[in-house]
Structure formats: structure tokens, C-alpha cells
Write a protein that binds this ligand. Sequence first.
Ligand SMILES: Cc1cc2nc3c(=O)[nH]c(=O)nc-3n(C[C@H](O)[C@H](O)[C@H](O)COP(=O)(O)OP(=O)(O)OC[C@H]3O[C@@H](n4cnc5c(N)ncnc54)[C@H](O)[C@@H]3O)c2cc1C
Length: 412
Amino acid sequence: MKQHRDIVIAGGGMVGISLALYLAEVLPASMRICLVEGFAFPDPLPGHRPDYHPAFDARSTALSYSSRLIYERLGLWDDLQQWLCPIDTIHVSNRGRFGSALMRAEDYGWPALGYVVENAWLGNSLVQALHKQGAVELISPARVVGARMESGRMQLDLEGEGPDSLDAELLVVADGAASGLREKLGLAATEKPYGQHALVANVAFARPHKGCAFERFTEQGPLALLPLMSVPGAEHRSGLVWTVAPSEAERLQQCSDQEFLAALQERFGYRLGRMQQVGERHAYPLSLVKSGEQVRQGVVVMGNAAHALHPVAGQGYNLALRDLAELATVLASSIEQGQRPGDLRTLQRYEERQRQDQQRTIEFSDRLPSLFMAGDPVVGLARDLALSGLDVLPALKRGFVDYAAGVAAMGE
Ligand SMILES: Cc1cc2nc3c(=O)[nH]c(=O)nc-3n(C[C@H](O)[C@H](O)[C@H](O)COP(=O)(O)OP(=O)(O)OC[C@H]3O[C@@H](n4cnc5c(N)ncnc54)[C@H](O)[C@@H]3O)c2cc1C
């Protein structure tokens, strides 16, 4: 006989883990929640301290204020703070043109405009929080390789550690942008390739970043440098996300450190002094992926599997966190009223409540890079004015900052 679970989350990336933590927090303790992840999760560590030696190989995420509220709600924020670098200012500029804008947290009476964390730290901290919480069953390394609805429940086939099959009231598809499960379930998705790669690396500078994030638009694409916390041996570090053509990404990945730093210095300039060191470089092909159908009886699609965005505005993960907080809230109240976790109307209510946030955030992330890459001189002039306008028009600037913080999307 098949083993039964109430909720199975397929995919233990940062979204799947955060959802598991949230569900365990708000659902009755009798709910059997299970998280299946393809890679082996790190073991529990004494003292709840993630085992990660700071190296120059990590991708970073800019967490917005809305994400801070969610991790505060889960009681994780205090612990996460040790890995975070607050963003005090955002400097937006356009290479070779006059427009630039400076946004300061203090101008809005906020403690920070966002918080940058290396994914390795964030991911490990979240896994350790799951171990500590002890309310979610972890099956890893294992993959959900088949899923279908039969007799009102999701029938799941698994490969790897643990059971070969499970049945579940609700399957959460959180297996990333190239979601195999989305395809297996016949959930249509659209993909709009941007024809660009994001080149990611950590870079050490001669001068301190002083909590400043740089967003620089060049004719090739946007280039962001996010402030990182200091580590021994590399005090002044920033996380680079550099959007370039695929062939350029390949060249920049293969060239020597010196050649790379010279090319980057030429693009970015000397605002943080001379670049001294670069870590491992990784490239990610960029496209906008949207799942046309996000809910079905017994199925909900989350995170990158639901929507993978251009990283320029740092919105993808923040949006996914708002989605999962809403899903957990809607599920909690519906289960309290006696509904089953996979109830279609409950899932549709979640989708309805997040629709506007998703549409606005996806549009914002999609438009920004194309606006700033447009070769048309009229558009070029408009964006210069928009940038200088941002610096002189407090209301407009406030709108931009609210968006970056995720507050606009929360409707506050
Ligand atoms: C360069 C770059 C920079 C970014 N910067 C930011 C930022 O600053 N701010 C921000 O908000 N967002 C940012 N993002 C977006 C953010 O990285 C994503 O939103 C986030 O990683 C999505 O996580 P996920 O868990 O949905 O997917 P993934 O991280 O892809 O995780 C999916 C997981 O599912 C597992 N899996 C796959 N198939 C199966 C299966 N069949 N069974 C079980 N497990 C399976 C995989 O092993 C993986 O662990 C950035 C993205 C990029 C590319």
C-alpha cells in the first residue's frame, strides 16, 4: 500500500524550503508535510551554524523589506542577520550618459533598502532551521519523477532515497525554471528568451562599498554590484550580476582573472577604486518563464517553476516568498474550515490573491532591461531624463524605492 502524505513539496531549493518552514508554522501539527529534494541536504549541525567556508563562488540574493517581514514572521530573521549586508543606498546610472540617481534608506526613514545574502549562506541557514523545527519530513537525495491524479489524490513516483511512491492531497511543484514536473503534468508554460546570460561572480575592491548597491545600465545590458559582508582576506566585496551576450559570457568566463577585471573595470569605472580579485564565475541563460496554469485540483506551482524572471531588478525570489506566504495563509484558513489541502477553490483563491502582485512584478522586471538597452536615441534621452528625474522628483523616486523594497507589491 502506498504511503500517504498531506502535502508533498517537490524541490528543496530556497523556495521549497521556505514554504516547508512556513507551512509547518501555520498548519496544524497533524498535517504530514514532506519535502523531496534531488540533492542531499546538509546534515544537522551542532549550534545551528551553517557549514560554509566563505569562498568566491556564490550567487547572492537581494532580499526586500517584504522578505524581511516574512522571515521575521518565521522567527528566522535574527539568525539570518549575521549573513546579511544591508543596502543603505542604491546608485543607478547609465554608462556613457548623464543620467544617474541616488536613493538613500535614510531619506525614507527606513533601516535599509534591502539586504544582500549569499545563497549558500541563506540556503544552509534555511536547511538548519528545518532540522531544528523538526516538523517536516525530508526525503533526499530523491526526485519526484512521476505525478498523476487518481481517485482524488496525487499519485507520485519517486527515485532515490526513501519510498518509491507516495500519495498526497497536495503536490507543490517547486522544481525550478526548467520544471520537469510541470511538463509531466501537462501544465503549459511560456518562455521568452532574453538572448542574454547573467554572469555572476564575487569581486574584491580597494575601497569599501559602504552599503551601496550599484545598478549600471550599459548598451550591452545591466550590470549590478551588490554589497556583501566582509570576510577574512577580502574585506570589500560585492556580488556581480553582469548581463551580457552569450558569446561574451563564454569569453568572460574563460579569460584570465586579470583580463576579466580589466573588462569589468572599464564597464563599471572606479567608484569603488581598483578591482583586486575575482572569484569563480558562473553564467545563467536568461529568459522569462511563466507557467500558464499555476493551480489544479491537488497541484500548485511555486517559485521559478511558476515564474522565472530577469534578475535585473532582484525580484524573483522576493516575489516567490510573497507567493508562498500567501499560499500558506490561505491553506491554513481553509484547512481550519475543514477543507482538504488540495481543494481547488482554495488554490484558486491563492492564485487570485497573488495575481496582481505577480503581474506587476513580472512586468516591472521584464520592462526594465529592455528600456535601458534600447538603441533608439529618443528612448535614450527619455531614460536619461527618467534617471535624473528619479534624482529630483521625490514622489517618483519613492515609487521606485517602494518597488525595490517589495512594499509597492504588498500594497502598503
Ligand atoms: C543571476 C541571478 C541573480 C538573482 N538575484 C536575485 C535577487 O537579487 N533577488 C531575488 O529576489 N531573486 C533573484 N534571483 C532569482 C532567484 O534566484 C530565484 O527566484 C530562486 O532561485 C528560485 O528558487 P526555486 O527554489 O524556485 O528554484 P531552484 O533554485 O531552481 O530550486 C529547484 C530545486 O528543485 C530540485 N529539483 C528539481 N527537480 C526535482 C524533482 N523532480 N524532484 C525533487 N527535487 C527536484 C533541484 O535540485 C533544486 O534544488 C536571481 C536569479 C539569477 C539567475
